[in-house]
Design a protein around this ligand. Sequence first.
Ligand code: AMP
Ligand code: GLY
Length: 464
Amino acid sequence: MGERVGILVISYGSRAAAVIDALNRSEDYKARFYVVDKQRNPFNVRHATKHVVIPDLDVGKICDFVEANKTEIDFGFCCPEKPIIAGVRDAVESKTGVAMICPTKRYAIEESKAAQRLLLEECCAEANPRFKLFPCASEYESVSEVKRAVWDFLDEIGDEVAVKPDKPAAGKGVGVWGDHFTSRERLFEHFMSIFDGGSDVIIEEKVEGEESSFQAFCDGKRLAVLPETRDYKRAFDADIGENTGGMGSYKDNKDWLPFMDKSDREEEERMVQKIFNQLRGNASNEGLRGIPFYVAFMHTGKGAKILEINSRPGDPEIQNVLPVLKSDFVDVCFRMIEGNLSRVECDAKATVVTYAVPMDYGGYRVKYSGNRRVDLSSAYALQEQYGDNLRIYPGSMELREDGHTYALGSRTVCTVGIGESIAEAREISLDGIRNIDGALWNRGDIGAEYHIERSVGRMRRGRG
Ligand code: AMP
Ligand code: GLY
C-alpha cells in the first residue's frame, strides 16, 4: 500500500475518468479523489472520496470546495479549458495554497486563435497558414463593408479557406471550403453567423493534409512528450458531417502514426519546442505547468502546419495515452509541480478510442426525444475477457436517484481498446461499444484499415 495522496480532479467528459483511472493505478501512492464535476458522472462518483457537482465549473465555487478540503488535498489536476481560461490555477493557488496542474490564465493559449497565430508569426512562422483577423467590434459600418473586406482577402489568398471564431469552440463553429461551403455567399453566411454572434472571425488558408494531435506534459522547464494520436473530428464515417468534439481517436504502437515518418514527428517536436522557448523566457516558467501544448497539426507532406493549440489534455486523445502510461502518473504529477520532470514512458501498444454519443449528437438525428437510459453492465462484463485491454470511461452521463445511468447531451461514453496493433485495439474498442445498452450511436471507422491507408496514400502523394 503506497503513501496516501489527496488529488483534486476538475472534470468534464470521459477524459477525467481516464485521468482518475491512471492516477488510481499508481503503485507508489494510494490516491483519494476530490472531484469537481459538471454532473454525477458514475465513474467519478464511484472513485471519489468527495464528489461535488458544479455545473458551470465556476472558479469561485471550485475555490470554495478546495478551501473546505485543503488539508486533504495535495494537488489538483484540471481537465477542461473553461476553468483554465477563467484562471482556476491562479485563484486556487493564491486562495488555498493547493498546487494546480494546468497553465495559469496568462498561458491559456486557446483563448484566442488570433493570438496563437501572432505568437507563431514571431517564433515559428513556418507553422502558420496565411490568415487575417476580422474584429467584430470594429470600423465596419455595414454588412456590405464587411463583405467587401472578406472578398478583398479572398481575392488575395483564394477561396480555399477555413473560417473560424476567434474563441474556443472545441472544433465546432469552424467552416472549411469544400466541406461546409462551396460558394463565397455560403462562406459569408457562415462568417456572419459567427460575427453576428459577437465573436471576431479568422479566415485562414485551407491546409490540405493529414491531421495529428501532439501532447506533452510540462513542468515549466522541460517538455515530456507523449505519443502522437489521430482524432476523428467529423461526425460521420469517412470524415463527412459537421465538426464535433471528437468521435474517437487512435494511437499506434510507437510514438508517431502510420502516415508519418519519424522525421515528421521530429519536425513537430522542434516546432513545439520553439513555441515553448518563446513563452518560457529564461530557462523556466512555472506558469506553463500541465499540458500547455496540445497541438493540432496538419501534415501536408511538405511540412506541417499548426491548426490550433490548447492548454489542456485532448478529449479523446489523452484517453489513448493514459491507459498505457508506464511511468507512475502520481509521480509524474509531483514532478511537474516540483520542476523535475523527465521522460515519460508508455507501453509500446496501440490504442483505439471510440465514443458512443446520443442520437442527436453531431446531427445524426435532428431530434431524439426517447429514453436516455444507458446501461454499461454488459460492456463492463467484457473486461473479464479482455482484462486491462478494455477501458470504459463514462463522459456526459449521469447517475440519478433511481440508481440508473442516463445520457446527457454531449459525448456519452468511450471505450478504449489496447492491443499490439491498431486493428487489434479497434476490435476491442468496438466490442466494448457493441455491448453498451442504450439509444446511442458511434462512428464505425475509427482506426479502420481503409482510413489509415487513405491517410498513408494522401501523404505519399503530398510528399510528391
Ligand atoms: P480547430 O478548432 O482550429 O482545431 O479546427 C477544427 C477542425 O477544422 C480541424 O480539426 C480541421 O479539421 C479543420 N480546420 C481548421 N483549420 C483548418 C485549415 N486552416 N485548413 C483545413 N482545415 C482546417
Ligand atoms: N479532440 C478535440 C479536443 O479535445 O479539443
